[in-house]
Design a binder for this molecule. Structure first.
Ligand SMILES: Cc1ncc(COP(=O)(O)O)c(C=O)c1O
Length: 392
């Protein structure tokens, strides 16, 4: 492969760009994970991550990809054969429900069009039908990464409360954590699922479960077989800063650095930055005349924008061209929108000029691919960003 000068643009919606500071923090000799020095690192990470979930309850950290935290959420709180309510809002919601089925849970999946989040009236109807409270958990993907749709989690909470339904609320925050406001305690979520490789600005390899008191109670009652993902041994070891098996030591060095960065920038500023960059992306998309997969503006994602290519074109051809000519990776169309929609990731360690470069790559790619579009989307985005900079 010939040398490609300059930086590769990694504009998929995770894994996201890892700041140099975080890379340097991980570039250290591995230490003994049973040492006092490790316990200090462990405690800093386990306490620090709570602020990102906006919780005072324990957060469990697994050496795993995010998918492991889906499994852990279920196997630690439920019982064999329990019923679960899930919504087919996109690829990740579908995979999570499928995993639940594979584990032997009875999953009621409310079908969806992959362009909307959870519809509260459908949730309310499903809960009303369950007068015997057989449903033990409701799954909600906060930000559906395959479609760029954000579900209203406080709305889900409210709907459960109005129905007086005791099901546990489980929320996937994999592509919202540390980038779209997520309030674990205030929204009374029981188990949150997180991953390291998106808003946390780390490489893949850590998965998280933020817990609630109810989740811990459910854990005590749960008879589901537990192995690698057992919260019990984790929580016990974590009180002293340790893990029941070998942790991903150097990723934890990275996490400690990310947490420091979050303190410096501030969570609210991080959310505002993601909102601004997402809005700029949408300015460009609208100008280009490309249709967003997300159909409802109130559900537009601040971390990923999925755009349909017109009929007769294939998103994979556009992405391949952009990778070849401009050394930029964009997100593939997944599941039901494979071949029809590509995704621009704007999550994690990103600023105006990086986004500007990203949008330039997309606009040049549209031209090269012969896709009909209106030139000037980049300018529309830059105008928006300039106005924002003037106002700040
Ligand atoms: C919303 C969401 N949930 C779950 C996953 C699966 O996470 P992982 O690939 O880390 O196992 C992803 C991955 O992109 C995701 O975006």
């Amino acid at each position: 492969m010939p040398y490609k000068p300059g930086r590769h643009f990694l504009q998929i919606p995770g894994p996201s760009n890892v700041p140099d500071r975080v890379l340097r923090a991980m570039d250290r000799p591995v230490i003994d994970h049973r040492s006092a020095e490790f316990a200090q690192l462990g405690l800093e990470c386990l306490n620090g991550i709570k602020s990102v979930f906006q919780t005072s309850n324990p957060v469990v950290v697994f050496p795993s990809s995010g998918t492991g935290a889906w499994e852990a959420a279920m196997t630690n709180t439920l019982n064999p054969g329990d019923r679960i309510l899930a919504f087919e809002i996109g690829q990740f919601a579908t995979l999570w429900a499928k995993m639940a089925g594979n584990l032997g849970f009875r999953v009621d999946v409310i079908p969806g069009d992959w362009r909307h989040g959870i519809r509260m009236e459908e949730l309310a109807q499903a809960l009303a039908r369950d007068s015997g409270h057989e449903i033990k958990a409701v799954f909600a993907v906060h930000n559906e990464t395959s479609t760029g749709v954000t579900t209203d989690i406080p709305g889900v909470r409210r709907t459960l409360d109005e129905a007086k339904h005791p099901a546990l609320l489980m929320v996937d925050t994999i592509s919202s954590l540390a980038s779209i406001d997520y309030r674990h305690d205030e929204w009374r979520v029981d188990v949150a699922i997180g991953g390291s490789q998106k808003g946390l600005m780390l490489p893949p390899g850590l998965a998280f479960n933020a817990l609630s008191k109810r989740a811990l109670d459910a854990n005590r009652q749960s008879k589901f077989p537990k192995g690698y993902f057992d919260w019990g041994a984790m929580l016990d070891n974590n009180t002293r800063g340790y893990f029941p098996y070998t942790p991903a030591t150097n990723l934890l060095y990275g996490l400690r650095e990310s947490l420091l960065i979050f303190q410096e920038e501030g969570l609210q500023a991080i959310f505002a930055r993601h909102k601004k960059l997402a809005q700029a992306t949408r300015c460009a998309a609208q100008h280009w005349g490309l249709e967003m997969v997300a159909a409802d503006p109130s559900e537009y994602s601040n971390t990923v924008t999925a755009l349909f290519v017109p009929d007769g074109f294939r998103e994979q051809d556009l992405r391949a061209l952009i990778l070849e000519k401009f050394n930029m990776s964009l997100g593939a169309g997944l599941g039901k929108v494979a071949g029809r929609a590509f995704r621009i990731g704007h999550i994690g360690d990103l600023n105006e000029l990086m986004l500007g470069g990203t949008l330039c790559g997309v606009e040049m790619g549209l031209e090269l691919a012969g896709i009909p579009y209106r030139a000037g989307g980049v300018n529309a985005a830059l105008r928006y960003l300039t106005t924002q900079a003037k106002a700040s």
